[in-house]
Design a protein around this ligand. Structure first.
Ligand code: ARG
Length: 461
């Protein structure tokens, strides 16, 4: 059934029909569509626009459609233009004339704007729950590894020693910002389009506050033209998901590097890696690579929707139908990636001894040797130059700073004493870094306690 055949004398061309139809993808939000209709009809009856009896008939019809779609007893007829047409046609089939009043005071423009908001809001809740699981996984690794030393890098070169807890903590921060971005979007988008009509509101005495409240919105959207053509919140969501993916992709890149033969900082669980059809020795980090690869898809969705929207005059234009497949794909992709990445991380084994050995090599304690001199009155710039000479001395002999004899130290600077060995010990280098945000165990434990508290507070409300 078409919702608009009246003013037409010819059938729509079949190709035009297919090109125009959205049911193949908007069927995904039938639950939200029905939920919105129930709220709309409830309000119409309260306003005296429908009788109580009509309302009852329509709502029980809608509820039966919902139940049958959920159970599979009713199949969505893809010859309909969109999910709105399908639900309305099925309702009329089931309850007769009362069903024809469902669309009173409503347009598909405010209807689709509502459905998409309801759907997105639900999905934001799920995304946030998945990110929470990822945060919990990261936090449990942190708790176990406040003394697992590893090299920290800049420019992919060993820089200063850190701990695995500290390194993981960086990702904890990133993903918790991602979650708060999602929460911001959910808060900002939470106005109800219903009642905006096609673009200019309606002459029926609708109670827009009522439908907004019934559907859990903070209130009605205050401009009807904006209400039917606002897709900002989807662009924000795609932006936020792009950032989530960017973070997952950086993390994946590290997992891939850490899993490489050269590093061997981690060992991936068999369940999260794959083999090669030709090279029997291989165990590949495919999950991490796919997550890194799929990042491009989500960025693409963001660029695509920005581009779709940039030239649209007010108010509704059919171009906006393009928001759906992009957003659905980006949400599905991000959800899949967060889930798989979390599983991979939870099952991953850290080769703590390898990490420690790696931190002990590569002069990650050179800054601490310079700090030692500074503590003994040498200006930092001079100390930097002296330690530069020590490093050169060691490179030429393929040794570490702590392998030098005290005589060798003193030949370069007489300031060095026996306690230099203690000062440049890996553990000391890390444990002295106690300002909040640093890798020292005591500082790290304070941060971990804060993370635990904020996760616990959240589940309490
Ligand atoms: N399928 C349409 C969309 O996704 C629904 C709104 C149709 N409105 C219209 N005036 N044709 O945007």
């Amino acid at each position: 059934m078409k919702l608009w055949g009246g003013r037409f004398t010819k059938e729509t061309d079949r190709l035009v029909n297919d090109f125009n139809a959205s049911i193949s993808f908007d069927r995904r939000f039938y639950r939200q569509d029905i939920r919105g209709s129930i709220a709309h009809v409830t309000m119409l009856a309260k306003q005296g626009i429908l009788t109580e009896e009509e309302k009852e008939q329509i709502i029980s019809g809608l509820e039966s459609i919902l139940a049958d779609l959920d159970s599979g007893a009713l199949a969505i007829d893809e010859s309909c233009e969109d999910i709105h047409s399908f639900v309305e046609a099925t309702l009329i089939e089931r309850v007769g004339d009362a069903g024809k009043k469902l669309h009173t005071g409503r347009s598909r423009n405010d209807q689709v704007a509502l459905d998409m908001k309801l759907y997105t809001r639900d999905e934001i809740g799920e995304l946030s729950a998945l990110l929470r699981k990822l945060l919990e996984t990261i936090l449990s690794i942190m708790k176990e590894n406040t003394e697992t030393y590893m090299p920290g890098f800049t420019h992919m070169q060993k820089a200063q020693p850190v701990t695995l807890a500290h390194h993981m903590g960086a990702y904890y921060e990133m993903f918790s910002r991602d979650r708060s971005r999602l929460a911001d979007i959910a808060r900002r988008m939470n106005t109800c389009p219903l009642g905006a009509g096609a673009l200019a509101g309606t002459t029926y005495p609708l109670d827009r506050d009522d439908t907004a409240r019934l559907l859990g919105f903070d209130g009605p959207a205050l401009n009807s033209m904006d209400a039917v053509s606002d897709r900002d919140y989807l662009i924000e969501l795609l932006g936020a998901l792009s950032i989530v993916m960017m973070h997952l992709s950086r993390f994946s890149e590290e997992v891939i590097i850490w899993n490489s033969n050269e590093y061997q900082f981690v060992e991936l669980d068999d369940a999260y890696s794959t083999g090669s059809s030709i090279m029997p020795q291989k165990k590949n980090p495919d999950i991490a690579e796919l997550v890194r690869g799929k990042t491009g898809r989500v960025y693409g969705a963001l660029m695509s929707l920005l581009t779709t929207m940039k030239g649209l005059p007010l108010a509704y234009n059919k171009d906006m139908q393009e928001d759906k497949e992009l957003t659905f794909d980006a949400i599905d992709t991000a959800k899949g990636c967060i889930t798989l990445f979390t599983g991979m991380l939870a099952a991953m084994k850290f080769q703590k001894e390898r990490m420690r050995e790696s931190a002990a090599k590569g002069f990650t304690n050179a800054t601490d040797a310079a700090d030692y001199l500074v503590n003994h009155g040498v200006p930092f710039r001079d100390a930097h130059a002296i330690v530069g000479q020590l490093v050169l001395f060691c490179i030429q002999r393929d040794m570490a700073l702590e392998d030098m004899t005290l005589e060798e130290f003193q030949a370069i600077s007489p300031v060095f004493q026996e306690d230099i060995y203690q000062a440049i010990d890996l553990k000391t280098c890390v444990e002295k870094r106690l300002t909040i945000g640093g890798p020292g165990k005591a500082a790290m434990e304070q941060v971990i306690a804060r993370y635990e508290r904020s996760l616990a507070e959240e589940s309490g409300n």
